[in-house]
Design a protein around this ligand. Structure first.
Ligand code: TEU
Length: 537
């Protein structure tokens, strides 16, 4: 068994926005294949493709209407096979997004299920009668706002949708549904891909007794309405039986060589770290998981320490996947701007921090360019929650605008047509061909190469040092190497006293003279030492 994923760098590609080859304004598989050398050059080991399956694209592919067909928008099965072959030639693994918790309302399964109360698929989705007063069966909220139930006049019943009404939830209590889903996964495994990113991995199973969620008053959500955060979502997701399905899926993937599954735990805060642990502990569940804990606004040293230590405590044998950015949240250079000296300095700090964490590392396309969130006006938006709740909800389009390749080419080289989301000057300015030899892209390559060359960074254990905010510091310890990693999370310069012998190593922007370490605002340092080095603020 080759556990290649353990110290991998995974690069997320958002196919709609990577490279458009046929000029229709939407990215495609051939475009991605053409750009794969960029990913290999960066030093990544694996690509994760956001959904490419047939879909009405109401939620940009996270609403699948045929699990075994490529959406014509992106190309054909042959294009997909060619992409895998090219990736493998370049030494890159390929995983695809599997959106199994819900389908599109255009999926033939749902069309059949909604047609009557007594058809072979009548129980494939979560149907329930209205309460006597006609209201929905529970108080559950949709993550995209409003009730999680939609009334269907044909059946005279409600169906469950944790996201859009056009994304009905499958009924995982029905064994036929589970078998059908496993079959679709088998289809792709037989085609030679290397694994799955599992969308909303804790949402598969709902409470069969349909109990209402207790009310809560928690922090508003980052991307959608705060309505969702008004209740403890304990009956609509993260049910104990959810693990039964995950174990079935793992048993299937274990019949193939070297498959990896990374689950998206749809939850923020500390509870999300616990779930990551539960879902990855042992060898019968997921290989790894990520949550939204590090994808939010919190940029305190305490927060990062709590995430990493919390995971270690909860799942000593589990494996985390850490990332700062993806297609659902504002890009970190913008999200953490209040802590930055400059865009450049926060991009470097974030890169250095992320690549020093224990676990597998996820990078989102454009992050390697130090990309910022794109400012859009209402007329340019496409994301359903934004269209519905603007301006209270800005939505996710700002992190989904096209990848920028050539600064001065039309649409920065993304497309010869009109792109589905605009390319704006601040983003184009960071194009691949505009990167300088000592720019962010070069820095990412250097940081990735350094991580790979260092046993301590790629698989060493993490031991935190007790330093006050805004300092995050820990040792990474492998057999023969200790690397002490220090980060200044504030824009103000700081000086630390160093006890013990050590020397600076790898990318850094600090100075170590005698027993004093000087960090500029957003500064960072890796210090090689014998494991006894201490730091004092
Ligand atoms: O995201 C899931 C998601 O948005 C929620 O789980 C939420 O962010 C979380 O609960 C934070 O508390 C996935 C996809 O990444 C997203 O693009 C899709 O829109 C969504 O699922 C529906 O498929």
């Amino acid at each position: 068994m080759n556990e290649w994923w353990r110290d991998a760098i995974v690069y997320q590609i958002y196919p709609r926005s990577y490279q458009d080859d046929d000029g229709d304004g939407v990215g495609d598989l051939r475009g991605i294949t053409r750009r794969l050398p960029h990913v290999a050059d960066l030093g990544a080991d694996c690509i994760w493709l956001s959904p490419i399956f047939q879909s009405p694209q109401k939620d940009m592919g996270y609403d699948v209407s045929d699990y075994t067909a490529i959406d014509p928008l992106f190309g054909t099965l042959e294009d997909f096979d060619a992409l895998i072959a090219r990736a493998h030639d370049l030494g890159l693994k390929v995983i695809v997004d599997q959106v199994l918790s819900h389908t599109s309302d255009q999926h033939p399964w749902f069309k059949e299920s909604r047609a009557s109360r007594d058809n072979p698929k009548d129980d494939w989705y979560v149907w329930a009668d209205p309460l006597p007063d006609g209201s929905p069966p529970t108080n559950w909220h949709s993550h995209f706002g409003g009730p999680a139930w939609e009334f269907d006049p044909g059946r005279g019943q409600y169906y469950l949708h944790n996201f859009l009404a056009s994304q009905p939830d499958l009924n995982f209590h029905n064994p036929d549904v589970v078998d059908a889903i496993l079959d679709t996964c088998k289809f792709w495994l037989d085609r030679g891909l290397d694994g799955f990113r599992l969308d909303t991995v804790n949402y598969y199973v709902h409470d069969q007794k349909l109990r209402s969620n207790p009310p809560a008053q928690v922090k508003p959500q980052v991307m959608a309405t705060d309505l969702y955060g008004m209740q403890h979502n304990i009956y609509n997701k993260t049910r104990p039986e959810n693990l039964d399905f995950i174990e079935r899926l793992r048993a299937l993937t274990d019949q193939y060589d070297d498959i990896m599954m990374v689950g998206e735990v749809g939850e923020m805060g500390h509870r999300s770290i616990e779930i990551m642990g539960e879902y990855t502990e042992g060898s019968a569940r997921l290989h790894m998981a990520y949550s939204f804990a590090m994808l939010g606004p919190d940029f305190s040293a305490e927060h990062f320490r709590n995430c990493i230590e919390g995971f270690q405590r909860g799942a000593p044998d589990g494996h985390p996947y850490w990332s700062f950015s993806n297609h659902d949240v504002p890009r970190e250079v913008t999200r953490w701007a209040e802590h930055a000296v400059s865009e450049d300095s926060i991009a470097r700090l974030a890169c250095a921090m992320l690549l020093s964490f224990e676990g597998t590392i996820g990078i989102y396309q454009g992050e390697e360019l130090g990309q910022t969130e794109t400012e859009l006006v209402y007329e340019e938006l496409t994301d359903p929650p934004a269209l519905r709740y603007w301006p209270a909800v800005k939505g996710r389009d700002g992190c989904r605008t096209p990848m920028v390749w050539e600064k001065d080419a039309p649409n920065a080289g993304f497309s010869t047509g009109k792109p589905w989301l605009p390319v704006k000057p601040p983003q184009a300015a960071k194009a691949v061909d505009a990167q300088t030899p000592d720019g962010i892209l070069a820095f990412f390559k250097q940081a990735i190469a350094f991580r790979k060359s260092s046993a301590a960074l790629s698989h060493g254990k993490t031991v935190f040092l007790n330093l006050p905010e805004p300092l995050l510091a820990f040792h990474r310890k492998a057999d023969k190497q200790t690397l002490t990693c220090v980060f200044n999370l504030s824009p103000k310069p700081l000086t630390l006293t160093v006890k013990g012998d050590g020397k600076l190593s790898g990318p850094q922007n600090a100075t170590l003279a005698k027993d004093t370490l000087t960090l500029p605002g957003n500064g960072f340092a890796y210090i090689e030492n014998d494991g006894t080095l201490t730091l004092k603020a």
